[in-house]
Write a protein that binds this ligand. Sequence first.
Ligand code: G1P
Length: 291
Amino acid sequence: MQIKKAIIPAAGLGTRFLPITKAIPKPMLSVVDKPTIQYIAEELSSIGVEEIIVVVSPGSDIIKNHFGPAEDLEKRLLSDGKTALYEIERQTQKFNVKFVVQEEANGLAGAILCAEPLVKDQPFALLLGDELLYANKGETPCIKRLADIFEQTGKSVIATMEVFGDDVSKYGNIGIAEENDGVMQVYDIVEKPSINEALSNNAVIGRYVLSGEVMGMLKTLKPHGNEIYLTDALKVLAERGDLLASCFEGERYDVGDKLGYIKANVALALKSEELGSDVAEYIKNLAETLK
Ligand code: G1P
């Protein structure tokens, strides 16, 4: 079954990244010259979804403005003969983006439920707005890999990576039973466990393709304090053998974290045709001074 809808939660408070996140949502932070959320929309182009639903916080129009029209700017670029810049600006408008508001900061599942009127009981892709997954030439974008597995098996599938030490407690954590062609069966999942409670070194990262029943399951979950956990619904799927996991190709950056954000900017600047060689030279010279 083809995935037609994608949800990008973008209403987080971003407290790890204050003060910039006071007025600017984390997914709008720029990596080189593009906001993270545009990289995510481009990742989604690999599976050709019909609609991207962005979950925003109340009163936040900045993401809407980014994907919306800009007639005056376009006219000016064209009259100045800046056609390459015009094309870059037009690229931001090629996505079919809808917006829903998350009134209450009630966790990841709360954000997903805000998109329920648009998704209903259809399967959907879920891409967390503060993670940038970069596929190099020849690599399969992370969400494409998950969508392919979903289409082949009909089962929900999550992306995973190995983590160690204190990092284990920063992520959802999965127990995996078998591996076939890089596809793992998940038998259990726990949200941000202590090192002793962890099931393995496999962390859940912010890319998911979820079956249509998940939306209904979320409605029945009991909150933990203020928050509803997606992990609680995934646990039900895992225990009945209906949850798969896969590693991803390429690079992952946690752009909601200051160090992760800086790494993303350096790595992508080095890959940039326009800036790559100048940035490499700058970094080499700088590294000399650090010895
Ligand atoms: C969420 C999920 C967690 C997952 C993480 C990936 O947590 O609840 O299971 O490992 O995203 O980034 P958050 O980072 O929103 O606290």
